[in-house]
Ligand binder design. Structure first.
Ligand SMILES: [Zn+2]
Ligand SMILES: [Zn+2]
Length: 414
């Protein structure tokens, strides 16, 4: 018998953390809600292993706190996840410091986590006393993994964040899995499907060429892991100057050292080589007169170098702001989307530049999740990491696959 308890991220998106208890006790992810800083319930410090699905903070953002509380065991992840996680956690501390938020852990705790990190590749079983864990490719962002736990005669698969559509950057997730007793599946998008990437790509290419032809600059605020690299690769195929700035630049540099984490490492390396990199803040002023593309953070406009560029370019009609990611409620990007106004750092304006929102999601859409369930045929499924998990679980149950949507704190047994 194995018991699953959602500590966070059930019937919600954010603060993912799942406790798996049988003969041994494991923790899957330990993240925080980046916007409102909600944290999951605390797991016991006596754990036999912790697994990080990927380096997004809603999955790993509070992991060092485990060590602060006395956990002395290992944390497992892919090599790319660990290196990207360090970047994200260091930045999280900086952001919290800037916003005068009491930190959840110290740099010392990140060091401790790093010392206890054990990297594992896809399909390489990790053996425990009475259990085995195996990562498979989740196709979400570089390094992302689904985790298969085999314990007490049960096979439990946790998707983390997952994508079954091949992108310009990533292979599609591995769905060659069978005899699953319990699937714990993310369900961020269950209401519909994302637009076709080829169509998005073509529109983006034409848009960039148009803007640059009119001596303008395309500002691309991008999530640093995944989106930055994907759009960089596309733009690098064109004959336009590219500037790379902020966290995305650092993340790209890390990912180029992990060829196993992307579909075409040569293409990424070439694109990265083609982009000019911002090494000091003065350079951000020099580029404002040059037509081209600027790829930078933050993806939801809340901070980072993008605020500098918007401040200086928002009145230029020949420029554009191309927003490629989901905008969480309460962010500057979401306000812009809902009201058409850019409200940030003392500025409240209706930008004159061309503002576009496009859905380049790195998550599976509705069809992707349904096809996955149909292919894997799990005995039971739990949906998490979504806002409509209960109704989706009912729908999937009606299709003949028993599905559930427990709340945080509920204990679920297989
Ligand atoms: Zn993610
Ligand atoms: Zn997530």
């Amino acid at each position: 018998m194995v018991t699953i308890t959602g500590l966070g991220g059930f019937r919600e998106v954010g603060r993912s953390a799942i406790l798996v208890e049988g003969s041994q006790r494991f923790l899957l992810d330990y993240g925080l809600s980046v916007q409102d800083l909600d944290v999951p319930a605390k797991p016991p410090a006596q754990l036999d292993g912790v697994f990080m699905s990927h380096a997004h903070l809603d999955h790993c953002g509070i992991a060092p706190e485990l060590y602060k509380r006395g956990y002395a065991g290992k944390t497992y992840g892919t090599p790319a996840t660990f290196e990207l996680m360090r970047l994200m956690l260091d930045d999280e501390l900086k952001v919290h410091d800037k916003r005068a938020i009491q930190p959840f852990f110290s740099p010392h705790d990140i060091d401790t986590l790093e010392r206890h990190s054990q990297a594992a590749g896809f399909k390489k079983p990790i053996h425990f006393r009475q259990a085995t864990a195996t990562f498979t490719d989740a196709g979400h962002v570089p390094g992302s993994a689904a985790t298969l736990i085999e314990m007490d005669g049960k096979r439990i698969l946790y998707t983390g964040d997952i994508n079954f559509t091949e992108t310009e950057l990533m292979h599609r997730a591995d769905d060659n899995l069978k005899d699953i007793d319990l699937l714990i599946c993310e369900s961020t998008y269950t209401k519909g499907d994302h637009p076709d990437r080829k169509v998005l790509r073509e529109e983006l290419v034409n848009h960039v060429l148009d803007v640059v032809h009119n001596n303008g600059i395309v500002l691309m605020p991008c999530f640093s892991i995944g989106r930055t690299q994907e759009l960089l690769q596309i733009v690098a195929d064109l004959d336009v100057p590219i500037l790379l700035d902020g966290m995305g630049m650092k993340a790209t540099s890390i990912i180029t050292n992990h060829p196993e984490a992307v579909k075409d490492p040569k293409r990424l390396r070439k694109a990265f080589g083609k982009a000019r990199k911002v090494r000091n803040p003065q350079e951000r002023f020099k580029v404002l007169g040059t037509p081209g593309v600027i790829i930078t953070t933050a993806g939801m406009l809340n901070g980072g170098p993008i605020t500098h560029y918007i401040k200086r370019l928002h009145k230029r009609e020949n420029c554009s702001l191309y927003i490629s990611g989901y905008q969480v409620e309460g962010t500057v990007g979401r306000t812009l989307m809902d009201t058409g106004r850019y409200v940030n750092e003392g500025l409240d304006v209706k930008p004159l530049l061309d503002v576009r929102f496009r859905d380049w999601s790195a998550h599976a859409g509705r069809t992707g999740i349904l096809n996955f369930v149909r292919k894997v045929r799990p005995k039971k499924t739990i949906f998490c990491h979504g806002s409509w998990t209960q109704e989706f679980a009912r729908e999937v149950t009606d299709l003949g696959f028993p599905a559930f949507a427990p709340a945080n704190g509920d204990r679920f047994t297989v």
